[in-house]
Write a protein that binds this ligand. Structure first.
Ligand code: MG
Length: 217
């Protein structure tokens, strides 16, 4: 067996908390829409949430802030992102684990559904840890619910899926597809409700399991 060489990370719910995104999508955009239309924040939020649901998170547009600004007839999403940046928060163990994994000799990459515009803010302070950053929606116009997309990304990174390990918080996009592609995947369940060989509670446990796994094969 080959030692894993590349570790790919999901971003939201894995590296950054949802606070920044939630603020942008559910506070800042409805507030701007309400002001433009002269309606209440509650009305705007109800309307906008319904519009999001019509598209759904399996479609690339869901993640595309430029698309939504056009659809809602709004301008300047850049300033919304900048004004919301103070809401961004990393999970406490992130930097230490990334540093540790680099020290262990792994190459680290990002595989996120977030659009480039979002990622720029979400990993602003962590860029140095990652060799490559893939936004599946901006780079491939797809969401990462597809095994083929994982295979394609690993091949662009110069490894086979068998040399890759993915970690993320969603079963339907971070666990089943990479496994189907042939990679090892760990399900990050920060609630701690699920247990199993390939379930981890935080990234510290992920690194421990990965080291153990790589040590014994
Ligand atoms: Mg996630």
């Amino acid at each position: 067996m080959v030692k894993a060489r590349v570790v790919s990370f999901d971003v939201e719910g894995t590296i950054v908390t949802p606070s920044f995104s939630d603020y942008v999508w559910l506070e800042a955009i409805p507030r701007l829409y309400a002001r433009n239309r002269g309606i209440s924040f509650q009305e705007a939020k109800a309307f906008i949430t319904k519009e999001y649901e019509k598209v759904g998170m399996d479609k690339p547009e869901w993640y595309d802030i430029a698309y939504w600004f056009k659809r809602f007839n709004l301008e300047n999403f850049q300033s919304i992102l900048e004004d919301s940046f103070h809401r961004l928060a990393y999970y406490p163990e992130v930097k230490e684990v990334l540093e540790g994994l680099r020290g262990d000799g792994y190459r680290l990459i990002i595989i996120s559904n977030s659009s480039r515009e979002f990622l720029r803010f979400q990993i602003k302070e962590l860029e140095d840890y990652f060799d490559q950053v893939f936004s599946t929606t901006s780079d491939f116009a797809q969401t990462k619910h597809h095994a083929e997309l994982y295979s394609r990304i690993y091949s662009l990174t110069g490894v086979t899926p068998q040399q890759a390990v993915h970690v993320g918080d969603r079963l339907d996009s971070d666990f089943h597809p990479p496994r189907k592609a042939g990679a090892i995947a760990y399900h990050l369940d920060r609630s701690g409700r699920n247990r199993g060989e390939y379930v981890v509670r935080d990234l510290v446990e992920f690194r421990e399991k990965l080291n153990r796994f790589d040590g014994c094969r």
